[in-house]
Ligand binder design. Structure first.
Ligand SMILES: *Cc1c(COP(=O)(O)O)cnc(C)c1O
Length: 411
């Protein structure tokens, strides 16, 4: 019989969101009349901006004519999109990149999950706790960990607890680690990192020849001028960091699929015999071997995000969600709940009532307010006792959800 990859068997039972879906389904079955408001999964609700839709239509029509039809494109992305990314996302912030340092893809989930493939199995991996589950699970699948303990911590990973005590900012590792996952603005805590904080990480990585994997999926939600949008705004980052960006949360592309990853050409890692190897070359090899490019209409649609119209419409989208975040944060905090995040990020990280566990609070909120959120413990053991609410709902539903919480849940 064929043998399975047994590392998969170490993964904890359900990925977080299927378990939420299961509990919601069981609840609706038992309470058919209940109107559920979902502030759980991190998906957007507003349609794509009109400028994006217009481009998507035009590009679809191009595919219908022999003169403008396109087959396979460059795996790394069309030049027109790479140029817009460089000019708008980087040059505008004083960062110079070349187009062969950017790899357009169908999502940051895949990229942040696949990137570990170009690194050896015996690297020590540092992850924030709590964190986006993809970072941990993909390293488990690859065999970089042992089994999980009863708290859900995998043996062999270096966890960086993010708690009230450290303002939810990971602390520099007390031992030498090789690869560090950072995500700012953070999912799930909604916390952002100032320039000085990022500089300490870049300095650590350079001193320890470590690589930072920087997930900037929520950079568009930053409104505070002092907060960097890219790790490359930090001196020295091009020698130690890979950055993930996505159109998903920025422009509503969660169902359309477009993202990109930056791997600077000056970024090196080592063979066991000490020879320096370019990570850009390895990622290029991986990307062109296993990926055949994002569809032409979707890349044209992504390019429209950078037009004047597109920028204004995206700004409106983000303002809309950030107003939801303000409503959730201010109302809950006025009611006496302890809340974090929700500024420069679309997530509110709240403490559960009465010292309930995250899942107890999930069930309590579902049963009494018919509101679905995300249990903090699903993002890592240090998330226990916390709960994530997302600002991605509609205004109406968001307002109704906080009213129900006000009337039916005590802090
Ligand atoms: C939503 C999200 C992404 C983006 O995923 P896509 O695959 O591009 O839709 C990446 N990282 C984090 C932390 C996210 O929450």
């Amino acid at each position: 019989m064929a043998l399975v990859n047994e590392h998969y068997l170490k993964l904890k039972a359900g990925y977080l969101f299927p378990e939420i879906a299961r509990r919601v389904q069981a609840f609706t079955k038992a309470n058919p009349g209940a109107e559920i408001i979902r502030l759980g999964i991190g998906d957007v609700t507003q349609p794509l901006p009109p400028a994006v839709i217009k481009s998507l239509h035009l590009a679809a029509d191009e595919m219908a004519r022999p003169e403008t039809f396109r087959g396979y494109g460059p795996e790394q992305g069309y030049q027109f999109l790479l140029d817009l990314i460089i000019a708008n996302d980087y040059e505008a912030r004083g960062v110079n990149l070349e187009s062969d340092e950017i790899f357009v893809s169908d999502g940051s989930k895949c990229d942040s999950g696949n990137i570990q493939e170009i690194f050896a199995v015996d690297n020590l991996i540092a992850v924030a706790d709590p964190a986006y589950p993809v970072y941990v699970d993909t390293n488990v699948m690859a065999g970089r960990t042992g089994k999980a303990d009863d708290k859900g911590r995998y043996h062999g990973l270096y966890y960086m607890p993010c708690t009230e005590a450290n303002d939810f900012l990971p602390e520099l590792p007390s031992r030498k680690v090789d690869i560090i996952y950072l995500c700012f603005p953070n999912n799930p805590t909604g916390v952002v990192a100032r320039r000085e904080v990022l500089q300490t990480w870049v300095d650590y990585a350079r001193q320890n020849q470590a690589v930072i994997l920087f997930d900037a999926a929520y950079e568009a939600y930053i409104t505070d001028e002092q907060i960097p949008h890219s790790i490359y705004e930090i001196q020295g980052a091009k020698e130690c960091a890979i950055e993930f960006r996505s159109f998903s949360k920025t422009a509503g592309f969660t169902g359309t699929r477009c993202a990109y990853t930056v791997v600077p050409k000056g970024l090196m890692a080592s063979t066991t015999s000490g020879e320096a190897v370019s990570l850009n070359k390895l990622w290029n090899r991986r990307h062109t071997t296993k990926f055949n490019g994002v569809s032409y209409p979707v890349q044209v649609a992504a390019a429209a995000v950078y037009s004047d119209e597109g920028k204004a419409q995206v700004r409106n989208l983000i303002d809309y969600y950030m107003e939801n975040a303000r409503i959730i944060r201010q109302t809950l905090s006025a009611l006496g709940f302890t809340v974090y995040g929700g500024r420069n990020a679309p997530y509110i990280w709240m403490k559960t009532s009465d010292g309930m566990s995250s899942w107890e609070f999930f069930d309590h909120l579902l049963a009494n307010a018919h509101v679905v959120g995300t249990p903090g413990s699903g993002f890592g053991p240090s998330g226990e006792g916390y709960f994530r609410l997302s600002a991605f709902g509609t205004r109406e539903k968001t307002e109704e959800a906080v009213e129900r919480i006000r009337d039916r849940i005590s802090p």
